[in-house]
Design a protein around this ligand. Structure first.
Ligand code: ZN
Length: 260
């Protein structure tokens, strides 16, 4: 007869190991917190978006309806609704204003306070931030928070939008970065407005060739993809075509102008 030698493991061993694993993880987290590498907020809830922020470029061309929506914070549950619109009413700008609906996890203190305010607001209504509150949030230590990687692209876009009239060059770099690195679903709503804003700034700076380059990249990106939640609308496609022909005409005129 064959003797079977087997080691009988106690039933509770997997639980014990799991607890041990969590303790090690917790100690590691505490060490990182103590070293100031991460901020001790919401380590267990770091996926997804906890608030959406609507921002409009500080621009004379934006209509009052869109400008009054600047700085509004929405809970994700509102944004998910079918009829959702970040503005109250209809945009009055015939060419459409450029607004960005930026999703954030927001694990650093300044952003976390806003999320708390949003949670405490009656019926989870949107809240409105002043410009200095917006600035305080994006100037906060987001890079040291657990949401640094999640929020990096959104923060770049916010920095660009909030400073693009006074500081167009760094803003243009941030829009370029956003277009190049926007790969995840939560970044998709930022792409079309980023193209429009970048083309606008490049045109104003007289960088016609680069503006044309981004228009062509936009056309290529959305060729044959005229539907879908994040694709440009018919109006936006037509507007970009118009911008392209204006820029091409301007470039031709400059080339043909006599050099005396
Ligand atoms: Zn508008």
């Amino acid at each position: 007869m064959e003797t079977i030698t087997s080691i009988v493991l106690p039933d509770f061993l997997p639980y014990l190991l799991a607890i041990f694993g969590l303790l090690v993880l917790w100690q590691y987290h505490q060490l990182r917190v103590m070293k100031g590498r991460i901020l001790a907020i919401d380590i267990f809830d770091r996926s997804g978006i906890r608030m959406y922020l609507y921002v409009v470029a500080d621009d004379q061309q934006s209509c009052e309806v869109c400008r009054s929506a600047h700085g509004t914070v929405f809970p994700p549950s509102s944004v998910m609704k079918k009829q959702f619109s970040p503005i109250k009413g209809t945009c009055k700008n015939p060419t459409g204003c450029i607004g960005f609906l930026v999703g954030l996890y927001g694990a650093w203190p300044e952003a976390h306070r806003i999320i708390q305010r949003l949670r405490l607001s009656r019926k989870r209504e949107p809240i409105q931030l002043e410009q200095d509150e917006l600035m305080e949030m994006i100037l906060g230590p987001w890079e040291r928070s657990i949401s640094a990687n999640t929020d990096r692209l959104s923060i770049y876009v916010l920095e660009a939008v909030l400073g693009d009239c006074s500081n167009p060059k760094p803003a243009m770099d941030k829009y370029r970065h956003a277009l190049e690195h926007a790969k995840e679903v939560r970044h998709m709503p930022l792409i079309v407005p980023a193209y429009f804003r970048l083309v606008e700034l490049l045109t104003r700076q007289g960088q016609t060739a680069e503006a044309l380059h981004f228009i062509e990249q936009f056309e290529k990106r959305y060729k044959g993809k005229k539907s879908g939640p994040y694709a440009p609308t018919e109006k936006e496609l037509a507007l970009m075509t118009l911008k392209k022909s204006h820029l091409k005409n301007a470039a031709r005129t400059t080339t043909l102008a006599p050099t005396t």
